[in-house]
Design a protein. Structure first.
Length: 161
């Protein structure tokens, strides 16, 4: 509040739920410090991306590459097995091809699971959740809407003199 001009400034911070209280406090403290001292930068929002899409995507790509390499090794061992004419190498080449085939199937399953995780995270982050800040010192009439989406919705008008 400025005493000589009777100007009041207030800061309001809204978040989607109570789980983000520390981020709300940080945003509010940052903006109050900016209003009082002019240092820093005013932040009007903080995006809350809860799903680690890029890590799932990197895992999916890595597993897909590994699956392709192991599959190529399997096909090479299978060709060696089919072209073998020596009985003493027959069982060994079959076991190597069989191990490579089992490993490629397991890696393909993990790749599919990682892909499902990537798509889930991507869909979850399509509508980014945000913590919003509003500095109401500039307006004299402010529309007000508050909702907790469980029990009540409040609509009103704040008038400042």
């Amino acid at each position: 509040m400025k005493v000589n001009s009777a100007e009041t400034r207030s800061e309001k911070v809204d978040a989607p739920d109570r789980d983000h209280l520390p981020q709300m406090v940080d945003l509010l403290a940052n903006n109050i410090l900016y209003d009082l001292t002019g240092r820093g930068k005013y932040k009007s929002r903080i995006k809350l991306n809860r799903a680690p899409t890029k890590y799932f995507l990197l895992g999916t790509v890595g597993l897909a590459v590994a699956t392709g390499l192991v599959r190529a090794a399997y096909e090479k061992k299978l060709d060696e097995y089919h072209q073998n004419t020596r009985l003493d190498q027959f069982d060994d080449l079959y076991r190597q091809a069989n191990r490579s085939q089992k490993l490629s199937v397991g890696l393909a399953g993990l790749t599919g699971a990682a892909l499902v995780g990537t798509v889930y995270c991507w869909i979850k982050n399509l509508s980014p959740r945000e913590i919003l800040a509003e500095n109401s010192g500039q307006k004299s009439v402010i529309p007000y809407l508050a909702a907790n989406f469980k029990i009540e919705v409040k609509i009103g008008l704040q008038i400042r003199f």
